[in-house]
Design a protein. Structure first.
Length: 409
């Protein structure tokens, strides 16, 4: 278990903004971000049997653990840090050499039974992020994509396929889609519903055919803010197996293709089938479609999650030029909020001055989308003024409520 304690010191040349009392040998860490992800930390170790050299090495080692821990805290929420504590020890804290690009001892001294060193370490956040993603830890804390289904279904009693985007089609959930959606929802995916209003929109904009084109599905998915669209056909048929005079077997077959609406790229192709037995044709075919749907949902969830995770590593970098940071508490609150915005994969402080800061934000989307998301957040002690949205940057001013009131008057 480790404990965090924070303190802030401001000088003309550098801001030391975070002190962390870490686990093991209680290494005190002080964070100072630069464009190269340089972190200044203070490591401590007990001197045993007057062996200063050994204590110095332990203090350096502890300080490097602290540096990696500080960088980890920027990438993960507190809840994820706690839930994956054992795995983080194995992946990161026991292997700091993989993530520390270089370090140097700035100063050192003995204090009673303790030996302390101040170390400047450069941490590779990209390498850390890749390892955390491979381990499934970053995926555990981020939202899964919104999925819209276009599944045309035909069972034994249907003379032709049914599909929700067609003219005069009943707005009912079909068996295969329900099974797929339930399975994927259990894996954390958000399902875009297509009620009567959405159906009316589709009838006006999509050709009335079960063979919907990927272009139509993607464009319509974008209009509904879906991240992924799944196009498919589901078919129930009789299977040759029988038992006695009443029990027959039924086969459900489902073929699907998934597309990323942002890029239009195909990210998954899944085909699954299931066989059931029943005395009733309708019940038997429904069970077969449901079984095939569950299998299809499981595989779709795996393949779409893998594609989503990979795209998360390639999130666009957006620079936020932030003014009004003289009140450091407001700046800290704003930065903390940024990490909670959906689509934000990471936030790094590139530059921090007396009343200005520059942040690099890894965001899955455009600056306008990030700006829209920020406008939905309210703060007790300050507000934000987004006064410029550029192709790859935002300019934002933090306004204390007192300043805002003064401008109004």
């Amino acid at each position: 278990m480790f404990e965090f304690k924070c303190q802030v010191r401001v000088s003309k040349t550098i801001v030391l903004s975070l002190a962390v009392l870490m686990f093991f040998f209680s290494a005190l860490a002080i964070e100072a971000k630069t464009p190269s992800d340089t972190i200044v930390v203070v490591g401590s170790a007990v001197v045993y049997k007057d062996n200063i050299t050994a204590a110095r090495q332990r203090a350096i080692s502890n300080s490097l653990v602290s540096a990696v821990s500080l960088a980890t805290a920027d990438l993960l929420s507190v809840e994820v840090l706690i839930d994956h504590y054992e795995k983080l020890n194995q992946i990161l804290y026991d292997q700091t050499g993989k993530y520390i690009q270089d370090y140097k001892v700035l100063t050192e001294s003995a204090f009673g039974k303790n030996y302390r060193v101040m170390v400047q370490a450069t941490v590779s956040r990209s390498v850390m992020k890749n390892q955390l993603t491979k381990a499934g830890i970053i995926q555990a804390q981020k939202s899964m994509p919104r999925v819209l289904f276009f599944i045309a279904e035909q069972d034994l009693k249907d003379p032709a396929p049914r599909y929700w985007w067609g003219q005069d089609m009943p707005n009912t959930k079909l068996v295969a889609e329900v099974a797929i959606a339930e399975t994927m929802r259990e894996q954390g995916f958000m399902i875009v519903e297509h009620g009567p209003r959405v159906q009316d929109m589709a009838i006006r904009s999509i050709n009335d055919t079960p063979e919907i084109t990927s272009e139509d599905a993607i464009n319509f998915g974008r209009a509904l803010n879906a991240d992924v669209v799944v196009i498919g056909r589901a078919l129930a048929d009789s299977a040759p197996n029988t038992m006695g005079s009443g029990i027959r077997s039924f086969k459900g077959l489902i073929n699907t293709r998934a597309f990323r609406t942002k890029t239009g790229n195909q990210i998954s192709v899944v085909a699954r089938n299931a066989v059931t037995a029943n005395v009733d044709d309708v019940a038997g075919s429904r069970d077969a479609l449901k079984g095939a749907g569950s299998l299809t949902g499981e595989q779709l969830a795996l393949e779409i999650a893998a594609a989503w995770q990979k795209e998360g590593l390639e999130a666009d970098k957006i620079e936020i030029q932030l003014s009004g940071t003289r009140n450091l508490a407001n700046f800290v609150m704003f930065r903390r909020m940024l990490n909670t915005v959906e689509g934000v994969q990471g936030v790094q402080v590139k530059e921090l001055k007396a009343d200005n800061a520059v942040l690099n934000v890894d965001f899955k989307g455009k600056p306008k989308e990030l700006a829209d998301a920020l406008m939905l957040h309210a703060f007790e002690t300050f507000g934000i003024n987004i006064f410029e949205v550029a192709e790859d940057s935002l300019r934002i001013q933090l306004l204390s409520h007192k300043s805002s009131a003064a401008k109004t008057n």
